[in-house]
Design a binder for this molecule. Structure first.
Ligand code: ASP
Length: 327
């Protein structure tokens, strides 16, 4: 039943994440980081902040965390560079902002929000987007900020697998962070995303990613593509995805879930399950989604062995999960 209660769901990526893969200290570190980000978003909602502010705050927290493939912990391209993608959408206005292939903003999600609120555009890419970030005074960082040793090792492994040369390490690389060694390689991928419903009943979605390890040719996935990896509309739901972006793009996956809710009247969980377990699986794609509806329904669904995830609501305690067999 619709109420004034707020709710928030987040993910930190999906993929090959089996119990046997994570050491106990890795498991603990991930759960701690997921809980911290969920609490950051919940604090905004508890203080009667907007869903938009909540999703941005929670994604920023995940972007600053080296464990996840977004912001600081982003994976490297085949050239040993960082190319970040992010999108944010306001379900109340259908305002949207997205960036792709950016390399200097510490928090790509805030740049996406600046695109939405401070430019006449919805989607900026590459050097132009980086210039826009500088001009708007968003915090810029050196390439070394994004260096996480385990991500570099994952790049080396992937390039060797493809028979390609390993590029030199970026200059000015920061000393290895002890927590960074805990980062788990979910099979080249990873992403962070947050959806929220505020006390007014507005919903918002935000997604941020480094894409896939050793990506070539300016590859962009679904995360910054409005309707594919990110979508929010008060008429239906807010959705953020994680997984094989090429499939999410081909299915307009996030928007597809919203369309089933709006036009077919499906319950949120049923819409997420239908699109992920049936449509995505049938096409041969892997991944997952999180979602909230303006009436407070929360949902997640994934067809991978795990998805880092958390949910919290005004009337529901924080729940953090990683593996498939967890509720
Ligand atoms: N969806 C992301 C991409 O394709 C990766 C992921 O979520 O694992 O860029």
């Amino acid at each position: 039943m619709p109420g004034s209660a707020w709710s928030l769901v987040l993910h930190g990526g999906s993929g090959v994440i089996d119990r046997a893969d994570l050491r106990p200290e890795q498991d603990r570190a991930y759960r701690h980081a997921l809980a911290g980000a969920a609490e950051t978003g919940a604090a905004v909602l508890r203080a009667h902040g907007s869903a938009l502010d909540a999703v941005e705050a929670a994604v920023r927290k995940l972007e600053d965390e080296p464990l996840f493939n977004a912001g600081r912990g982003a994976v490297f391209t085949d050239e040993g560079k960082i190319e970040l993608d992010a999108a944010i959408m306001d379900g109340a206005t259908l305002g949207a902002g997205a960036v792709a292939g950016i390399s200097a903003a510490r928090n790509p999600i805030s740049l996406a929000r600046a695109v939405m609120e401070q430019s006449p555009h919805a989607f900026l890419i590459g050097a132009g987007a980086d210039h826009f970030a500088q001009a708007r005074g968003l915090e810029q960082v050196e390439p070394g900020y994004f260096f996480v040793e385990s991500r570099w090792r994952a790049l080396e492994k992937q390039l060797r697998r493809e028979g390609l040369p390993v590029p030199p390490r970026p200059s000015g690389v920061a000393a290895d962070h002890p927590v960074a060694a805990l980062a788990h390689d979910e099979g080249k991928r990873g992403t962070v995303g947050v959806v929220a419903r505020d006390a007014k009943g507005d919903v918002a979605a935000a997604t941020s990613t480094g894409g896939i390890t050793a990506k070539h040719w300016g590859r962009v996935g679904d995360s910054p593509v409005i309707g594919a990896g990110t979508y929010a509309a008060n008429a239906s739901a807010a959705v953020s995805g994680t997984g094989e972006g090429e499939y999410f793009i081909r299915l307009s996956l996030a928007h597809r879930i919203c369309a089933l809710v709006e036009f077919e009247g499906l319950a949120l969980q049923a819409a997420c399950d239908r699109v992920v377990q049936q449509d995505l699986s049938r096409l041969g794609g892997h991944g997952g989604v999180i979602a909230v509806a303006p009436d407070g329904q929360m949902a997640w669904s994934f067809n991978t062995s795990g998805m880092y995830r958390a949910r919290i609501a005004e009337d529901e305690p924080l729940a953090v999960a990683i593996y498939k067999d967890e509720p």
